[in-house]
Design a protein around this ligand. Structure first.
Ligand SMILES: *[C@@H]1O[C@H](CO)[C@@H](O)[C@H](O)[C@H]1NC(C)=O
Ligand SMILES: *[C@@H]1O[C@H](CO)[C@@H](O)[C@H](O)[C@H]1NC(C)=O
Ligand SMILES: *[C@@H]1O[C@H](CO)[C@@H](O)[C@H](O)[C@H]1NC(C)=O
Length: 494
């Protein structure tokens, strides 16, 4: 069996290639073997699996012989640069027999070439030698973990990536979703896939990944009994759907879900997926609620941003005052949701002219203009780790200050969040003012200009434009698909 000679994701990190983790090994005895999954070293500490994870892991079928996921070394702080990460070698592999499937081998050969092309680009650190002129954009600068690798990967994605969208299921819970509210990115992505212009293939045989077009937000709306604490109705609907898919098509069983993905912006996305162990443990789950304490695994799951849309359009949300006219040091307005906001409001509400924290804005004070007038915008987790404030801040060109535990921010596989945001640990909430005052004007201006630069990756365009949020989400899925290798054993040279 062949697999990438070294963990793939390590090459997208701007750090030395030795700082990587090999996380998982799956052996699938159906038609394929899945090679090891590996990943760039996540820039955030991974916490121990939650009860949810353990509950969901119970009934894995016997044939799944897998090495235990390796424990990652705990990074010192959620946003530490991770120099102290452990390097692990790939676990041993076991080969099982399978049927001939040369189409799959062709797909995998294409992916193997893409992997090595991206690795090669990652090694060349000066852009001029390896990138073509691009009329749209060429990623550059410290905003990216490795701009050259990202760019090459993006081009390979545009060239090769094909997504099959299952046709089973009826709207409004399938093939449809909300396009306004804080969950808008869920509906917008589903709609974009359904319209079928970008990346979509109607031929499942040539697909690289398979999309389960379900909307958890819609399921909560139609299936959840208000007030009930369990979400069984929603979980069972998802389990039924996966059953149908697995019975009608060969692809789910072939990889035990590893080349399938779901996407949900609802807080309950993670819990819902736990009703299908292979969905939870193998599939790519694209989630707003990217809480590592709820089993979010950045080596196979992808975070995506919450974007609060009232009208379905981002017009009027973009832009703010230049740095010299931003008179407020830090700003937050929002209700008491969860313990982090409790600490923030308790410490800062009505206390300070520089750190302006409100649970309710005074009449006649506009939320949007406060964002545009502030240098830093506080983005604490609420009931869930993700906050629409992160993108609000980026749109208003206000430097986001992330205050969360166990949150993996969107696109952190390619974006270097430290270069355009500030991270404050929950225990440092009392020191927010000192921390922000300690940022020099020079550093602030750098952060500010990178916020403007990163904005393009968070824009929700209709139709999508290259490098915008839709393409970035697809790119996150593409990278995770590159981490999985499906092998047709009889045709490989083992
Ligand atoms: C870029 O790097 C290559 C070698 O990797 C070198 O030959 C070339 O001169 C460099 N170009 C610039 C502009 O620094
Ligand atoms: C996939 O596996 C399930 C459970 O083992 C089985 O019921 C189903 O028939 C299989 N699907 C196909 C298409 O063979
Ligand atoms: C993250 O998940 C853990 C475990 O379920 C939970 O206790 C914690 O409150 C979550 N964080 C947020 C901000 O919701």
């Amino acid at each position: 069996m062949k697999h990438p000679s070294k963990p793939f994701f390590s090459s997208l990190s701007s750090r030395s290639s030795s700082s990587f983790l090999v996380l998982l090994l799956f052996i699938i005895p159906v038609a394929v073997v899945i090679g090891f999954l590996s990943f760039y070293s996540p820039p955030f500490s991974l916490e121990s699996p939650s009860e949810l994870l353990e509950a969901a892991s119970a009934p894995t079928p016997a044939p799944l012989i897998s090495a235990e996921p390796r424990e990652t070394s705990e990074a010192a702080s959620p946003f530490s640069s991770g120099e102290n990460r452990a390097e692990l070698s790939p676990p041993p592999t076991v080969i099982t027999t399978s049927k001939r499937n040369s189409r799959l081998n062709k797909i995998e050969a294409r992916l193997a070439r893409a992997r090595s092309s991206i690795r090669e680009a990652a090694r060349v650190r000066n852009l001029s030698t390896s990138t073509q002129e691009d009329p749209d954009y060429v990623p550059h600068g410290p905003l990216y973990r490795n701009p050259n690798a990202f760019y090459r990967s993006y081009l390979e994605m545009e060239r090769l990536f094909k997504i099959y969208v299952y046709e089973e299921g009826e709207p409004p819970m399938f093939h449809d979703g909300p396009c306004t509210s804080i969950y808008s990115t869920e509906g917008r992505f589903i709609h974009e896939m359904e319209k079928g212009k970008l990346y979509r293939t109607r031929n499942p045989e040539e697909a690289l990944v398979y999309f389960l077009p379900l909307s958890v937000v819609r399921m909560v709306h139609y299936l959840h009994v208000p007030g009930a604490h369990h979400i069984d109705g929603i979980g069972l609907a998802v389990a039924d759907y996966v059953d149908i898919i697995a019975n009608r098509h060969p692809f789910w069983n072939r990889s035990q879900g590893s080349d399938h993905f779901m996407l949900s912006c609802h807080d309950w996305g993670p819990r819902t997926s736990s009703f299908v162990p292979h969905l939870f443990h193998n599939s790519i789950r694209v989630l707003c609620n990217a809480n590592t304490s709820e089993g979010f695994n950045p080596s196979k799951d992808a975070p995506f941003p919450e974007i609060h849309l009232l009208t379905g359009d981002i017009k009027g949300l973009i832009g703010g005052l230049p740095p010299s006219r931003r008179s407020v040091l830090a700003f937050f307005a929002g209700r008491l949701h969860g313990h982090i906001r409790y600490l923030l409001l308790e410490q800062w509400k009505d206390r300070d002219q520089d750190v302006q924290v409100y649970d309710q804005l005074p009449p006649k004070v506009s939320y949007d203009s406060k964002l545009r007038q502030s240098r830093f915008c506080l983005c604490p987790s609420g009931y869930e780790v993700a906050s629409p404030r992160v993108v609000e801040a980026i749109y208003a060109e206000c430097v986001p200050v992330l205050i969360s535990d166990g949150y993996v921010p969107p696109f952190s596989d390619v974006l270097n969040w430290k270069s355009f945001s500030v991270q404050v640990e929950v225990k440092d909430i009392p020191n927010i003012k000192t921390i922000l005052m300690g940022i020099s004007q020079r550093r602030y201006l750098r952060l500010y200009s990178r916020v403007k630069q990163v904005q393009r990756h968070f824009l929700l365009n209709g139709p999508p434009k290259r490098f915008d949020v839709f393409h970035m989400i697809v790119h996150s899925v593409w990278l995770r698909r590159l981490n999985v290798q499906l092998l047709d054993v009889e045709n490989s040279d083992v």
